[in-house]
Design a protein around this ligand. Structure first.
Ligand code: APR
Ligand code: PHB
Length: 390
């Protein structure tokens, strides 16, 4: 086969890139390791910045989003058993939107199928060749056949564990990483969310907690836990008790509990690979960087990479200018590092670190106090939470 852009990975990054390119008449094929059902079974965050919502509308997949999503005008921060509200709308003029990443992925998959565009699901042994030559080739196994796609460019949208980043020679790639000494235990439950119009972030000496939602009848809650914990250690009752302990009394009293329909423990990591282009391959989304989930930036950052990359490729094919692709890595990384900083800072601010001394605890407390009482600090937080200008 022959195409202009071979996209590796059908997560939100790969699917959105495929959709934006198709709408501009640029040819692309997608190769995905898993089945579509498997991709849709992964539960991820669900807070969209305004630019993410705008990009999804521009990609023609905003219809259900407009109907079913819920606007959040602010966020809540709990510490010292006290509830604070940061009015993001008032401070910035912008809002964020609650709509699950799984739903974004589903909408993109449906649009792709409706447009008759090809995705090779359940492909194995994907490997890349010719990335520094005049033409790249993607080799893979699909339904018992060995297939190959010749292309001008490869878009590595295959997540943190994918093959794309590993196809760049080691001596051409710099990696920056920070691991955190805890994880998040997440529970999905069909109960009304405790704070339907704002995510609640809680700092407590027992650890961080988060109240989020997927709809007015489905909640997503998290508690910080040691990475050595196993899901089996956490009965539903233990989870709900622990969550309530970490919230302020009013929020805890309003909490409606119910059986967990999903429960998982995820590690927290900050990671960036530079550059995001080498020869004929571009990296986008989790293939290039990971943020810890505090602040819900993972999907939003992936969407901003993809928007830049789509614009750059369209500029090349439609206007015959290579300026966009030549600057893609530099432009994307500038935003990536700012969002990495925010996610790292919010993680440091809100979690309980096993090795923090008493001075460090006082500093953390003073920073929370500053954040919730000084307008310029609240505004800076709100600007980052709502999403930096493009
Ligand atoms: N070949 C083909 N596909 C692959 C390979 C491979 N070798 N390795 C991984 N994939 C697929 C995965 O199965 C997955 O469907 O690439 C896809 C990558 O999707 P995501 O991990 O969701 O990454 P991305 O699309 O960049 O989305 C970023 O997801 O992890 C969250 O916080 C993150 O919200 C952000 C978003
Ligand atoms: C979520 O809805 O799952 C979510 C919300 C906010 C975060 C992280 C996750 O910071």
């Amino acid at each position: 086969m022959r195409t202009q852009v071979a996209i590796i990975g059908a997560g939100p990054s790969g699917l959105l890139l495929g959709q934006l390119l198709a709408r501009a008449g640029v040819d692309a094929l997608i190769v995905e390791r898993q089945s579509a059902e498997h991709v849709l079974s992964r539960i991820r965050a669900g807070i969209l910045e305004q630019t993410t919502v705008d990009t999804l509308h521009a990609a023609g997949v905003g219809e259900r989003l407009a109907r079913e999503s819920i606007v959040h005008g602010g966020i809540n921060i709990v510490f010292d058993n006290t509830h604070h509200h940061i009015d993001v709308r008032k401070l910035t003029g912008a809002v964020v939107t609650a709509y699950g990443q799984t739903e974004v992925t589903r909408d993109l998959m449906e649009a792709r199928a409706a447009a008759g565009l090809t995705t090779f699901y359940e492909s194995s042994e994907v490997h890349l060749e010719g990335l520094s030559d005049s033409r790249a080739v993607v080799h893979f196994q699909h339904q018992g056949q060995a297939l190959r796609i010749e292309c001008d460019f490869v878009a590595g949208c295959d997540g943190f564990h994918g093959v794309a980043r590993r196809s760049i020679p080691k001596d051409r790639l710099r990696e920056f990483e920070r691991a955190y000494p805890f994880g998040w235990l997440g529970v999905l439950a069909d109960v009304p969310p405790v704070s339907p119009h704002a995510v609640t972030y809680a700092h407590h000496e027992r650890g961080f907690a988060l109240c989020s939602m997927r709809s007015l009848t489905r909640s997503r809650y998290y508690v910080q836990c040691p990475m050595s914990d196993r899901v089996e250690d956490w009965s539903d009752a233990r989870f709900w008790d622990e969550l309530a302990l970490r919230l302020d009394p009013q929020t805890a009293a309003d909490l409606i509990t119910g059986p967990a329909i999903e429960k998982s423990i995820a590690p927290l990591r900050s990671y960036v690979a530079e550059p995001m282009r080498w020869g004929r391959i571009f990296l986008a989304g989790d293939a290039a960087h990971i943020v810890p989930p505090t602040g819900a930036k993972g999907l939003n950052l992936a969407v901003s990479d993809v928007r830049l990359l789509a614009e750059a490729l369209i500029e090349l094919y439609v206007e015959n200018s290579s300026a966009g692709i030549d600057h893609y890595s530099e432009r994307a990384l500038r935003r990536v590092w700012k969002v990495e900083r925010f996610s790292w800072w919010a993680t440091s601010l809100l979690h309980t670190f096993p090795d923090t001394d008493e001075f460090g605890q006082r500093m953390q407390h003073a920073e929370l106090d500053t954040l919730t009482s000084l307008e310029s600090a609240s505004r800076s937080f709100a600007e980052h939470y709502a999403g930096l200008a493009f």
